[in-house]
Design a protein around this ligand. Structure first.
Ligand code: SF4
Length: 457
């Protein structure tokens, strides 16, 4: 069948979609880029923000309209929203045949076959208390076909699923289930396969990736150990990881970053707020000074480390003083960049149940803009400090916004975009043939988002 798959949300979802596509192609289906000619339309959904769910409702509304007029397609809703809303989706949208939770994606081939025979089905993950079998969790990742990975030079590899942190605003622990770490040997085998087929940059993924902890028969492998196991894989030039949580980011991980040459010195570790009161209400598990200590430890052990954060503005009860504390934290921490989100309550979370969403939208918008402005200042200072340095970049290809010549001296070349090991976006001129390779680039200019350079001779 021709299958169209649209993905919403985070990198974890994009990886799930890649793995789903891999499994479906191996089963004989064809992935297509246009939903109109497809036999099967799948939406891999996100529940973290209201806006992401609204988009899926809008797509399903369109499908209802289309279903009434034309050829019948199989429609499936996958991922976090499927897990959160379950059979309600089929009750609300008669066009929906398949509802599949994030831990059941390996069954999608069967679900499509059954739906083709008129037997649509809801397949949800067990409740948190009913532990998933390791085989179920492993099967989707292990079935991956390295030849179907979209990038020839980089790839994502999941090391764990789920989350046990229970931040009060977050739906993830409920829809993605408890933290479950993959066997280190399975992770290593997947990384080796990807490297053997040309991917020299691997990013390890987990909701709280530094919580990775695999125990089996008296053996325990923690995240720092896993980095140590993967780093020696021949041909692995860069090893990255996202997303981190300050709790449990122990010195052994920082020491691995310092000592293992291919582990990139970049940590995306969202503080979410700079106010102890708000951090407590968010159930983040640390105070402002503990976060400061984490940053100080990271910089002491890995002096070249580059840090990035995320913040939520307008959390219930957030005062101007709390908001200023977040701005101060951005300044103190010197983040390369931060994503700033306006709080919106998510059904099923503790915050939605217990805390009034009492910060007006116009105040949230203002605070959002204020934090963005502070972050832009800090980002600009960070990027300007790179001017004059030569950085190695992995070239991704032509810049999507090729509207500024990277170097006046090389006007006839394509404007390329690449990433440094610290996750800087670097724009420079060069031949298209550099895509997927490493190049040394001398930085001569910077904005808050981008470094501009020319190829070093
Ligand atoms: S650490 Fe908190 S915000 Fe992140 S996935 Fe877990 S519960 Fe959600």
């Amino acid at each position: 069948m021709k299958v169209y798959l649209e993905t919403f949300g985070c990198q974890m979802n994009r990886l799930d979609s890649e793995l789903v596509a891999s499994v479906l192609v191996q089963a004989g289906h064809e992935m297509v880029r246009d939903g109109r000619g497809a036999d099967v339309v799948l939406y891999n959904t996100c529940s973290v923000r209201e806006h992401a769910e609204e988009k899926v409702h809008s797509r399903l509304g369109e499908q209802m309209h289309r279903g009434g007029r034309g050829r019948r397609m199989i429609v499936g809703v996958l991922g976090c929203m499927a897990q959160r809303l379950g059979d309600d989706l089929r009750k609300r949208y008669a066009c929906v045949d398949i509802v599949c939770g994030p831990g059941r994606l390996h069954e999608l081939g069967d679900l499509i076959a059954e739906a083709g025979a008129g037997q649509g089905r809801v397949a949800l993950d067990p409740r948190r208390g009913e532990r998933k079998s390791g085989a179920d969790i492993e099967s989707l990742d292990s079935a991956r076909d390295a030849d179907l990975v979209p990038s020839a030079s980089q790839a994502y590899v999941r090391v764990m699923r789920g989350c046990d942190k229970f931040c009060s605003y977050c739906i993830v622990p409920f829809v993605r289930g408890p933290e479950t770490s993959r066997r280190p040997e399975d992770v290593a085998a997947e990384v080796r396969r990807l490297v053997d087929t040309g991917r020299s940059e691997i990013t390890l993924l987990g909701q709280t990736v530094n919580s990775y902890n695999f125990s089996d028969g008296g053996r325990t492998v923690r995240f720092g150990d896993l980095l140590g196991m993967l780093s020696p894989i021949g041909g692995l030039r860069r090893l990255r990881f996202v997303t981190s949580h300050p709790v449990g980011f122990d010195d052994d991980i920082l020491q691995a970053m310092r000592d293992l040459p291919n582990v990139c010195e970049y940590i995306h570790c969202p503080p979410q707020s700079g106010s102890d009161r708000v951090l407590g209400a968010m159930n983040r598990g640390y105070t402002r000074s503990e976060y400061d200590d984490f940053i100080a430890r990271a910089r002491a052990i890995v002096p070249s480390v580059v840090l990035a954060g995320d913040f939520i503005v307008g959390f219930p009860g957030e005062t101007e003083e709390d908001h200023s504390a977040s701005a101060e934290l951005i300044r103190r921490s010197g983040f390369k960049n931060s994503f700033i989100f306006k709080y919106s309550p998510r059904d099923g979370t503790t915050a939605a149940r217990r805390l009034a969403d009492d910060v007006p939208l116009d105040v949230k918008k203002r605070r959002n803009n204020e934090l963005l402005a502070v972050q832009a200042e800090v980002s600009l200072a960070h990027h300007r400090a790179m001017i004059g340095r030569t950085v190695e970049v992995l070239v991704e290809g032509p810049s999507p916004r090729a509207n500024r010549q990277a170097s006046p001296a090389t006007k006839d070349k394509t404007q390329l975009i690449g990433r440094s090991r610290w996750d800087h976006i670097v724009v420079f001129d060069g031949p298209d043939s550099l895509a997927g390779t490493y190049a040394d680039v001398s930085v001569y200019d910077a904005t808050s988002l981008t470094l501009f350079g020319r190829r070093a001779r």
